[in-house]
Design a protein around this ligand. Structure first.
Ligand code: NDP
Length: 338
C-alpha cells in the first residue's frame, strides 16, 4: 500500500499539527442539507487516509459525522494501525453553544459522539452566536472563549483555536484572553489569499489552517459564474505539466506552507492530495499563481451578514435565508445526544 509522509508544524502550545489534514464536511445537497448519504464513502476514504499516513482529521459537531469519524479512528487504534497520540483530531463548537457553560456541554457531547477521551483541538466554528431557532444571540465571543479556556484547563482538549475570525476579532480576543488561540481556520485558496489576515496570524504565532483549499475550482463548489481558475485553466495546466503534478496538487502546494484540510470521498484523491511534499514551486510560478487572488469567497455564509460579529465584508447579491440545517438538528439520528 502507498504511504505518505506529511510534515508537521509546531503550535504555540508545543503541539504538532500535520500540515495536511483530512476534511470531513460532506457539503450540501441541493436543499442545503448536509450530504449525509455520502457517509459510507467517508468511512471508506477516511479509513484509507489513516492507513496511508494521514494523522490530522478535521471535523465538527455541525458536520453530523462525529460518530462515524470516531468509529473509524477507534477501529484503527484497536487494530494497532495508529496510536491515539499519533493522531490530531479537531472538532468545532457550533454557534448555538456559545454561552460559557455551554461550551463544555458541546465538547463533552463531541467526545461522546467520537467515543474519545480527549480532543487535540476544539475551535469556535464561527464568531457569530445563533440560537437553535435562528435568533442572533449576540453572545460575545470573549465569553465563549472563557468556556474554551475552561475545557482546556480541564484536559478535555489539548489545544483551542478559532475559525472564521477576522483581524479585528483576533486583535480583541488577544487583548482579552489568557490563552492565545493555537490556530485560526479560515478559507484560503487561489482566489482568496487572505494576505493581511494570514500575516496577522503568523506574526502572533497563530497557525493558519486553510479550509476549502480548492475554492470554486472543482465541479460542484460555488456558482457557475465563479471566477477562474477551474481545473482546466490553461495557466494552471501548464504549471502542473512542468512539475509532473496535477492542478489540484499545485493548488495545495501553493498555499505558502499553510496547513490545509482538503475533503475528498474519492480514494485516489486521498493519495493525490497528500503527494505534494516532493517538489517546490519556483518563484516565477508563485508570482503567476498569486495573480488569481481576487478576494472571491467560496464560503460567505451570507445569511449571517446582519448578525453581530459577522466576520466578512458584506457580500453583494441577494441575502439567502438561514438554511434549516443550520438550526437545531434531530438528536439521535447520527448518534447525537441531548
Ligand atoms: P475543498 O476545497 O476541500 O473541496 C472539496 C471538493 O473537492 C469535493 O467536491 C471533492 O470531491 C473535490 N476534490 C478533492 N480533492 C480533489 C482532487 N484531487 N481533484 C479533484 N477534485 C477534488 O472544500 P471543503 O469546503 O470541503 O473544505 C475542506 C474542509 O475544510 C472541509 O471538509 C471541512 O473539514 C473544512 N471546512 C471548514 C469550514 C469552517 O467554517 N471552519 C468551512 C468549510 C470547510 P470528492 O469528495 O467527490 O472527491
Amino acid at each position: 500500500m502507498a504511504k505518505v509522509s506529511i510534515p508537521t508544524v509546531t503550535l504555540n502550545n508545543g503541539g504538532k499539527l500535520p500540515v495536511l489534514g483530512y476534511g470531513t464536511w460532506l457539503g450540501f445537497d441541493e436543499k442545503l442539507d448536509p450530504r449525509i448519504f455520502d457517509v459510507p464513502k467517508l468511512i471508506e476514504t477516511l479509513s484509507y487516509a489513516i492507513d496511508i499516513g494521514y494523522r490530522h482529521i478535521d471535523t465538527a459537531h455541525f458536520y453530523r459525522v462525529e460518530p462515524e469519524v470516531g468509529q473509524v479512528v477507534n477501529e484503527k487504534i484497536k487494530l494497532g494501525i495508529v496510536k491515539r497520540d499519533e493522531l490530531f483530531i479537531t472538532t468545532k463548537v457550533w454557534q448555538n453553544y456559545h454561552r460559557e457553560a455551554d461550551v463544555e456541554v458541546s465538547v463533552r457531547a463531541s467526545l461522546k459522539r467520537l467515543n474519545l477521551d480527549y480532543l487535540d483541538q476544539v475551535l469556535i466554528h464561527w464568531p457569530v452566536s445563533v440560537s437553535e431557532n435562528g435568533v442572533d444571540e449576540k453572545i460575545d465571543y470573549l465569553e465563549t472563549w472563557r468556556g474554551f479556556e475552561s475545557v482546556l484547563a480541564k484536559g478535555l482538549t489539548k489545544s483551542i483555536g478559532v475559525s472564521n475570525f477576522n483581524v479585528d476579532q483576533l486583535r480583541r480576543l488577544l487583548a482579552n484572553c489568557k490563552v492565545i488561540p493555537a490556530t485560526n481556520q479560515i478559507e484560503v485558496n487561489l482566489n482568496l489569499g487572505q494576505n493581511e489576515l494570514v500575516e496577522y496570524c503568523q506574526s502572533h504565532n497563530i497557525v493558519v489552517v486553510a479550509y476549502s483549499p480548492f475554492g470554486t475550482m472543482v465541479p460542484g463548489q460555488g456558482p457557475p459564474d465563479s471566477p477562474e481558475p477551474k481545473l482546466n485553466n490553461p495557466t494552471l495546466v501548464a504549471i502542473a505539466k512542468k512539475y509532473g503534478k496535477t492542478v489540484t496538487q499545485i493548488t495545495l502546494r501553493y498555499l505558502r506552507g499553510l496547513v490545509s484540510i482538503p475533503k475528498t470521498v474519492t480514494k485516489a484523491r486521498v493519495l493525490e492530495n497528500a503527494t505534494i511534499f516532493d517538489f517546490i514551486i519556483d518563484d516565477d510560478d508563485v508570482k503567476t499563481l498569486a495573480q488569481f487572488n481576487n478576494g472571491y469567497r467560496t464560503v460567505t455564509s451570507n445569511f449571517y451578514q446582519d448578525y453581530e460579529n459577522y466576520p466578512f465584508e458584506k457580500p453583494s447579491g441577494e441575502k439567502q435565508q438561514l438554511p434549516s440545517s443550520f438550526l437545531k438538528w434531530k438528536n439521535g439520528v447520527n448518534g447525537d445526544i441531548e
